[in-house]
Design a protein around this ligand. Structure first.
Ligand SMILES: [Fe+2]
Length: 332
């Protein structure tokens, strides 16, 4: 008999007096293991044939949140607030922050004359500008306009700031992958040592800004999606934001899109128009500035009542990278 077998026998002897499984579970607790046969404890790791998520289909209304932000602006100073942001929380108990499992969205208000100091963070971010004139952002030393209808990128790790030189309050939708960054526990945040990053150049065209006019031209030159899922759709290239794909969809009034489902988490922000979307049978009635999310594997169908432009953000590239991606369309 060799040493290993003698040691194994000794260990086994420690459990010789165990009478039943409950006692067994108590006695092995210090090993930090989960018995594979206890399906109630394994967190659903195995045994389901379709993706599922406890996250809800959720909808945030611009008109309601805009009023809340305007009221907050009267009650709390810019200095106290830091930033006037209403972050979205998908209303499930286990979730503290985030619109979907991997996506965070927020409405942000910037008052005339306000400036946000330069900062950088691990999370990738972007802004869909709802109402803004004479606002600027500085991203990696490049200063560009950000006005109504624009989409502005602030990729992770890049210094960015903004300033409001106009006369009216500015509102936009933030989009970030903060929940993903938090899941991986890689979140960092730094303020720029100089307060405001030096502006190297002022540019009209930047890979960090898709102007409203540019988006319209690209949509005008694009063909409708032949399968009928997305209306006419263009992708906003964001190579510095690899986990996310960003799309703009143009949907025609009265034309219902063909239903699809994907295991990617997807959000839809209404840049213009109104209508209804059916997410797994649930009706979402939306209008300009609203945003809603479809968690993984929910059937998605849009029924615009007016000509509509939707921004869509999805973690599809991340799913594809990991070879998790699934997509299914409903037969017409
Ligand atoms: Fe930021």
């Amino acid at each position: 008999m060799d040493g290993a077998q003698i040691q194994g026998a000794d260990y086994e002897a420690q459990y010789a007096d165990i009478k039943d499984m409950d006692e067994f579970y108590d006695r092995i607790e210090h090993l930090n293991v989960v018995c594979g046969w206890r399906r109630d404890l394994d967190g659903g790791a195995l045994g389901v044939s379709e993706p599922s998520s406890p996250y809800k289909t959720a909808h945030w209304k611009y008109a309601e949140c805009k009023v809340a932000l305007a009221v907050a602006a009267k009650l709390i100073s810019a200095e106290e607030a830091g930033r006037r942001i209403l972050n979205f929380r998908n209303p499930i108990e286990e979730n503290k922050l985030g619109a979907a499992r991997s996506l965070l969205h927020a409405y942000q208000l910037v008052m005339p004359g306000e400036k946000a100091p330069s900062h950088r963070h691990t999370a990738h971010a972007l802004r869909v500008i709802l109402d803004s004139k004479d606002m600027y952002s500085v991203v990696n030393g490049e200063k560009t306009l950000m006005e109504t209808g624009d989409v502005v990128l602030t990729p992770g790790g890049m210094w960015h700031s903004h300033e409001h030189n106009g006369d009216e309050p500015a509102y936009w939708i933030d989009g970030l992958d903060v929940p993903l960054v938090k899941l991986l526990q890689v979140q960092t945040f730094d303020l720029h040592p100089d307060g405001y990053e030096k502006v190297d150049k002022v540019v009209e065209v930047s890979p960090m800004r898709f102007s409203g006019d540019d988006i319209q031209k690209r949509l005008d030159g694009a063909r409708a999606d032949g399968d009928g899922y997305f209306g006419t759709r263009v992708q906003l290239e964001a190579p510095d934001i690899p986990p996310l794909a960003l799309y703009i969809m143009r949907l025609e009034a009265g034309r219902t899109t063909r239903a699809f489902r994907t295991n990617a988490n997807t959000s839809f922000a209404i840049m213009d128009g109104s209508g209804t979307s059916i997410i797994d049978g649930e009706e979402i009635h939306w209008s300009r500035g609203d945003i809603f999310v479809a968690p993984t594997w929910r059937w998605i169908e849009h029924r615009p009542s007016a000509d509509t432009q939707m921004f869509s953000m999805t973690d599809e590239p991340l799913m594809r990278f990991a070879k998790y991606y699934r997509f299914e369309g409903k037969d017409e």
